[in-house]
Write a protein that binds this ligand. Structure first.
Ligand code: FES
Length: 368
């Protein structure tokens, strides 16, 4: 059991947690949210407050079976309670990291983390009215935003529509109902594919479509929309909003189902890289030392794209420089790297790079 938090502990809180200085977080509690979803609550190793925007994510760096694995998880807690942060993880059949977290991570264990990062935050898009649309575990960033509105006593005009497989799969169902009870301007609606074991489920079943959205939020076109969920869900939302004439300048989305989307991205990016490579044979050579392969990287081409175009599979996930999955050691040469927080300054100083957001400035040797 964790030691009780005494006045001395509160008075000793010296600073903000900074992953650059100490990237260790201690898991202090695990909560069961649904039959296949758990929340993991973390605090800094040394007392400190954690600062983030509601909607941002954390990248966990885990050692699983001797391999370092990076995964991004959106923070589900609110920064108004900054002593801890929580991530909420659904167990994915066959998923390496979600199963490891569910089966192995317990209170008292530590993890390494990067961030918080990300721009999916309503604080960056102030509006009079919001519409939150989430599918499955995509509820987490919207929950963080909703919790922060509640804790700050901001009775915002929010319509929160969450889609789930069955009522038993609705994450944070009780929490959302409490938020709606305490704030007249906060309304929730659930759409379930089926009733599951709740025969008396009286909310809509099926899928969210335009007519249902109009019934739930007739003024949806006046709202700033934040959407998070699996890519097929977000694609369906984009299509229904387009069908409803929504101005997509006011639409924001986030997805971290990288395992699902990376295959598609790989295919598309490889195709684009192939075209580039065919059109321009001039470039820098990139030697991947461990695999013994040398590829040509066209001017302006990202290293990850060049590797993929040559049939080399590097570990990758976001392809945007935020998750850290592709981190690699640069043995020689120079790159231009524009990352999104997926690498620490001291790692850059030690010669690490993110190939997904790096272009060569010279011939390179990479330890992969
Ligand atoms: S794949 Fe995410 S940082 Fe490179």
């Amino acid at each position: 059991m964790n030691a009780p938090v005494t006045r001395d502990v509160w008075q000793s809180v010296p600073s903000l947690w900074n992953a650059e200085e100490d990237d260790v977080l201690i898991c202090c509690q695990v909560r069961h949210e649904t039959h296949d979803v758990k929340s993991f609550i973390f605090r800094p190793r040394t007392p400190g407050l954690i600062r983030f925007l509601p909607g941002q994510f954390l990248t966990l760096e885990l050692e699983i079976d001797g391999e370092t694995v990076n995964r991004c998880y959106t923070i589900s807690s609110s920064p108004t309670r900054p002593d801890t942060l929580s991530i909420t993880v659904k167990r994915v059949p066959g998923g390496l990291v979600s199963n490891w977290l569910h089966d192995h991570l317990t209170a008292g264990m530590s993890v390494r983390a990067l961030g918080p990062s990300g721009e999916f935050a309503c604080a960056l898009h102030p509006a009079g009215k919001y519409l939150f649309l989430s599918g499955g575990s995509g509820i987490t960033p919207l929950m963080s935003m909703s919790r922060s509105f509640h804790d700050l006593g901001e009775d915002r005009d929010v319509v929160f529509v969450h889609s789930a497989r069955t009522p038993a799969d609705i994450i944070f169902r009780r929490d959302l109902s409490l938020l709606a009870t305490n704030q007249p301007g906060f309304r929730t609606a659930f759409v379930c594919e089926g009733r599951g074991s709740e025969a008396d489920w009286s909310s809509p079943t099926g899928y969210l479509d335009l007519s249902l959205l109009k019934r739930i939020a007739p003024d949806f076109s006046e709202r700033e929309i934040f959407c998070c969920g699996p890519e097929p869900y977000m694609a369906a939302v984009r299509a229904l909003l387009a069908g409803g004439g929504f101005d997509m300048k006011h639409y924001h989305e986030e997805s971290f189902s990288f395992a699902d989307t990376s295959g598609d991205q790989e295919g598309e990016e490889a195709d684009r890289a192939d075209e580039t490579g065919a059109a321009d044979a001039v470039g820098f050579t990139v030697e991947f030392a461990k695999s013994g392969r040398t590829v040509v990287c066209a001017p302006g081409q990202k290293l990850l794209d060049a590797a993929r175009a040559a049939g080399l599979r590097l570990p990758s996930s976001c392809a945007k420089g935020v998750c850290g999955t592709c981190k690699s050691r640069l043995v020689s040469g120079e790159v231009d790297m524009v990352h999104g927080g997926g690498i620490r300054q001291r790692e850059i100083d030690q010669g690490l790079i993110l190939p997904c957001c790096s272009t060569p400035r010279s011939d390179l040797v990479i330890e992969r």
